[in-house]
Design a protein around this ligand. Structure first.
Ligand code: G6P
Length: 471
C-alpha cells in the first residue's frame, strides 16, 4: 500500500524521529511538470532544527496532494524527511473521514447531537482505513528507527501508532503529543465502545503522552479510567507551546509587513482615528468566527457610538475544504460579514474587512495595529494567535479570550475572558476592551507577551525529548 521511490531520502537508523500527517514540506506540480517545494513553519520545525543538523533525525509524514505523490514517485525529497505515499482513497478516509470528521469533532465537541454522530457501516469502512494508515506509519517508523531511538508521534491522526509501533519495536522510546483538546468523558463515550477502547489503548502504547494543558491531560486520564480502568503506567506530561518571540519580532518588522500595514490602514480609513478589532484564524468550525461576528454586530447595534469609530478586521483563511461542512461554514462567515456591512456600512466606513486568502505578512501587519484581538474559540488545544498578538503589537492590544482555549490557562489573568457561546457577553467584552485606557492596555500586553513566550518552540520540543529519553 505504501510506495516510495528507491532513492528517497530515507536514512536507516535515525535516533530521533517525528511522525505527523502533515510534514514540513509540500510540493506543487507546475503545468510544465516541474515540482515546486514549499517549506512550512510551526513548533515542530523549530523544535527539530534546535537539535541541530548533525543529529540523526527523520521526519515521517504523509503525501497529501498530487504534488507530494509525484515527488515521492520521482524520488524527490528533502534531507531528513520521509514522505509516505499512502493510497489516496485510504488517506482520504483516514484523514477526512475519521480524523477530521470524527476525532476532531469529538475533541472539540462540535456535533449537532440530535442528528449526529451516527456510527454505521460507512464509519466502520473509514475506520479500517484509519487503521491501515496508522499501520503504514508504524511500519515506516519501525524500519527507519535506529536501536533505542526516540519517536515523537503527533496528534489525533496517529493515535494508534504508539501501540502498533510498540509491537514491532519494543526497544524504542515512544512519545505521543496531542495538539488538540481532549474530550470530556461523556462526550468521548459517544464513540462506539470498541473504538473508544482501541484509541486509548493505541495511545497508551507510548511510554509518555504529552498535552498542551493540564485540563486536556486530565480529560484524557479520566477517559482512560472510565473506559479501561486506568492508564496502565504510561507517563503523562504537560507542555504548553509558546510563541516564537525572536522569529516573530524580526519577521513582523520586514518591508513586506510594512507594505501590508499601509494597505490595511488605507482600507480601515478614518485617518488613524478608528479602533481596530482583529481576528486571524483558519476557518475551523471550532474557531467560532460566526458568533464573533454576531457579537460585533450586537456591539454596533446596542452601542451606536461605535459606528464609524471601529472596524473589525477578520482574516479567515481556508481550511479542509474537502469537507462540505467546512465549505458551508466558510460561506456563512462571508454571508454574516456582508450582512453587517450592508446593515451598518456607509460611504466612508466599512464595518467588517474580511480577507480569506492566506497571507502571513498581512496577518502580522494586523497583529501590529490591533487595538483589540478577538480569540473566542469554542474549544482549542492552545491557540497561538492569542500568544502571537501581544508579542508583535506596536502599541499594546487588549485580548478578548475564550476560557475554552488552552491559552487561557497561561493568559487568563491579563485577558478579558469570555464564554464563547455568550454572544452578549462577548459584545460587552469587546466594548470593555475598546475602552481600556492605553496605559493599562500596554501593561497587560507586556505581561501577556512574557507569559506567551515563556516556552518557545525549541524548548517545548527539547523538553519532551528529554522527558522521553530520561532513564
Ligand atoms: C490544527 C491543530 C493541530 C492539527 C492541525 C491539522 O493546527 O491544532 O492539532 O494537527 O490543525 O491541520 P490540517 O490542516 O493538517 O488538517
Amino acid at each position: 500500500m505504501v510506495s516510495e521511490a528507491s532513492h528517497s531520502v530515507t536514512r536507516a537508523g535515525a535516533q530521533v524521529l517525528v511522525a505527523s500527517n502533515r510534514g514540513p514540506v509540500t510540493y506543487s506540480l507546475g503545468d510544465d511538470g516541474t515540482l515546486d517545494a514549499k517549506r512550512g513553519g510551526g513548533g515542530l520545525v523549530s523544535g527539530l532544527s534546535a537539535i541541530g543538523d548533525d543529529a540523526d533525525a527523520l521526519w515521517v509524514c504523509s503525501a497529501l496532494g498530487e504534488g507530494d505523490r509525484e515527488a515521492v514517485r520521482r524520488g524527490v525529497g528533502e534531507p531528513g524527511v520521509r514522505m509516505l505515499d499512502i493510497d489516496a482513497a485510504v488517506h482520504a478516509d483516514a484523514y477526512n473521514g475519521v480524523a477530521n470528521s470524527v476525532l476532531w469533532f469529538v475533541h472539540h465537541m462540535l456535533y449537532q447531537t440530535p442528528l449526529e454522530p451516527a456510527f454505521g457501516p460507512e464509519f466502520r469502512a473509514q475506520w479500517a482505513s484509519y487503521e491501515a494508515y496508522n499501520r503504514a506509519f508504524a511500519e515506516a517508523l519501525a524500519e527507519s528507527a535506529g536501536p533505542g531511538a526516540a519517536v515523537l508521534v503527533q496528534d489525533y491522526h496517529l493515535a494508534l501508532v504508539p501501540g502498533m509501533l510498540r509491537e514491532l519495536r519494543a526497544d524504542l522510546r515512544i512519545g505521543h503529543f496531542s495538539h488538540t483538546p481532549w474530550a470530556p468523558v461523556d462526550y468521548f463515550r459517544m464513540l462506539p465502545d470498541d473504538i473508544a477502547e482501541r484509541l486509548l489503548r493505541g495511545m497508551l502504547g507510548a511510554d509518555r503522552l504529552g498535552f498542551l494543558t493540564g485540563r486536556w491531560a486530565d480529560a484524557f486520564t479520566a477517559c482512560c479510567v472510565a473506559v479501561l480502568g486506568g492508564t496502565s503506567g504510561t507517563r503523562i506530561g504537560v507542555h504548553g507551546l509558546g510563541a516564537d518571540a525572536d522569529f516573530l519580532r524580526e519577521r513582523s518588522r520586514r518591508a513586506d509587513v510594512e507594505e501590508r500595514l499601509a494597505a490595511l490602514r488605507e482600507q480601515i480609513g478614518g485617518d488613524g482615528t478608528r479602533k481596530v478589532v482583529v481576528r486571524v484564524d483558519r476557518t475551523e468550525l471550532s474557531k467560532n468566527i460566526v458568533r464573533g461576528l454576531h457579537a460585533y454586530r450586537l456591539l454596533l447595534d446596542e452601542r451606536p457610538e461605535w459606528r464609524e469609530r471601529v472596524v473589525h478586521v477578520a482574516f479567515a483563511y481556508p481550511s479542509r475544504q474537502d469537507l462540505a461542512v467546512y465549505r458551508d461554514y466558510t460561506a456563512e462567515v462571508s454571508r454574516v460579514a456582508s450582512a453587517i456591512n450592508s446593515a451598518y456600512g456607509t460611504d466612508s466606513w466599512m464595518p467588517v474587512i474580511l480577507h480569506v486568502k492566506d497571507d502571513f505578512a498581512r496577518s502580522l501587519a494586523a497583529y501590529r495595529l490591533a487595538d483589540v484581538a478577538l480569540v473566542n474559540p469554542i474549544r482549542d488545544g492552545m491557540n497561538l494567535v492569542a500568544k502571537e498578538v501581544p508579542v508583535v503589537s506596536d502599541e499594546g492590544c487588549a485580548l478578548v479570550l475564550s476560557r475554552e482555549a488552552g491559552a487561557f490557562e497561561e493568559l487568563g489573568d491579563d485577558a478579558l475572558v469570555v464564554n464563547p457561546y455568550d454572544v452578549s457577553g462577548t459584545a460587552q467584552a469587546l466594548h470593555t476592551a475598546l475602552t481600556m485606557p492605553s496605559a493599562e492596555r500596554a501593561e497587560r500586553t507586556k505581561r501577556l507577551a512574557a507569559s506567551a513566550t515563556s516556552l518557545p518552540p525549541s524548548q517545548w520540543f527539547l523538553d519532551q525529548l528529554q522527558a522521553l529519553t530520561a532513564p
